[in-house]
Design a protein around this ligand. Structure first.
Ligand code: ASP
Ligand code: MG
Length: 401
């Protein structure tokens, strides 16, 4: 018995039957004598639909008004879940983000949680209520509603678990846990029993969709053990926690990110300061740059290639064109049909041959590597996006067969 935080994603509450399925999971935990706080996302594609609706009226809606709009998705789902639980004769109360004590920074659309004042939640738990909290939203110091960015409900759940020192934080989703690769693409993908915070962070940043990366960051910071599990199948999921050295695997997973483009700037003068100037122009415009490669110069000229997210490509190219406009023979080339495939594992730090095994798998599948980047716990390669699924399968087979 203790305090259990449960979070249900949009698919898990997408229709009446699923809402009742969630109500059953919630009331079961309550009936076992636990205090239960439940965080829910908006139903199904509600958030996407609301964004489309706003765009139909005004492509340049302010972020403030978008937050007022988007927060309504979670308002619907918390009340519907509470209504379902009421019908099962359990005591329940739903709370919006501001009522639940979510104080955020000022930034609309991607607000960071500054504090969870769990006062009201505690009061409701003392009254023996099941507490249903709207995820993804809070209030800022202007008393305005803010939202935390797409997938933010995971972060809401982890934040409550941290603030209230919960005994368990369970994130229910439409898959059974964290897999060694996306099971929809890689048939042999296996469910992991446990995964380290750092690995999960890399995987969710690199394209694995199960957990929002900010929620993993927060879980790590406050040492909240998070279990990811299925809302449909009653089987153990994956525990995200800090792993001991002995448990470390060379590789925990393979992930792909298709949402990137490669830019090459050719014939850059091979002198100090040029790379700095180029990239500072991009960062001044809030454009994030990832994998960077400078080719060895000829005739005192260099080519530099790097990746950006697809939605930044247009802006990045325009900025670079302006800046390099008066350089002789310099060209801006770009390619959207690339994807980044990465392997992640904390055991990599102490084992040799991991990267070469990955390259071997790609060679055997006759996939050309355009760029490579590495960090302590990951190796990423840039490849043609049409090779993505083949690459995932080949690399996965190499490491997990
Ligand atoms: N409903 C929000 C979204 O779709 C938050 C969430 O699902 O976690 O991004
Ligand atoms: Mg989600």
């Amino acid at each position: 018995m203790g305090l259990i935080v449960q979070k249900f994603g949009g698919t898990s509450v997408s229709d009446d039957q699923r809402i009742f399925n969630v109500a059953k999971i919630v009331t079961k935990a309550y009936s076992q004598g636990n205090d239960v706080v439940v965080v829910v996302s908006a139903q199904g594609s509600t958030t996407d639909d609301l964004i489309a609706k706003a765009r139909g009226i005004n492509m340049h809606a302010s972020k403030r008004e978008m937050d007022v709009l988007l927060s309504s998705g979670e308002q619907i789902s918390v009340s519907l879940l509470a209504i379902a639980i009421e019908s099962m004769k359990f005591p329940v109360v739903s709370l919006l983000g501001w009522q639940a004590g979510f104080h955020t920074c000022l930034t609309y659309g991607s607000a960071k949680i500054e504090k969870v004042d769990s006062h009201r939640i505690k009061k409701e738990l003392d009254k023996k209520n099941i507490v249903i909290v709207a995820g993804f939203q809070g209030i800022n110091e202007c008393s305005d509603i803010t939202t935390m960015g797409r997938g933010g409900s995971d972060t809401s759940a982890v934040a409550i678990a941290a603030a209230m020192n919960a005994d368990a934080c369970r994130i229910y989703t439409d898959v059974e846990g964290v897999y060694t690769a996306d099971p929809k693409i890689v048939k042999n993908a296996k469910k992991l029993n446990i995964i380290d915070y750092d690995e999960m962070l890399e995987l969710s940043t690199l394209g694995a969709q199960v957990l929002n990366n900010r929620s993993v960051e927060m879980a790590k910071k406050y040492n909240v053990e998070v279990e990811v599990l299925s809302s449909m199948e009653d089987v153990p999921g994956t525990v995200v926690k800090e792993m001991k050295n002995v448990e470390k695997r060379a590789i925990s997973g393979v992930a792909a990110d298709n949402n990137i483009a490669r830019i090459t700037v050719t014939n850059i003068p091979d002198k100090p300061g040029f790379a700095f100037k180029l990239f500072s122009k991009l960062s001044a415009n809030n454009i994030m740059v990832d994998v960077i490669l400078q080719s060895h110069g000829k005739n005192n000229l260099n080519d530099i290639s790097f990746t950006v997210t697809n939605d930044c490509l247009g802006d990045a190219v325009n900025i670079l064109k302006k800046y390099t406009g008066n350089w002789e023979n310099s060209e801006i080339l770009y390619d959207e049909n690339v994807s980044k495939v990465s392997i992640v594992g904390t055991g990599m730090e102490t084992q040799v041959g991991i990267a070469s095994k990955m390259f071997e798998a790609l060679y055997e599948a006759q996939i050309n590597i355009q760029m490579i980047s590495t960090s302590e716990i990951k190796v990423s390669v840039l490849i043609d996006s049409s090779d993505t699924n083949l690459a995932l399968n080949s690399i996965h087979d190499k490491f997990f067969r």
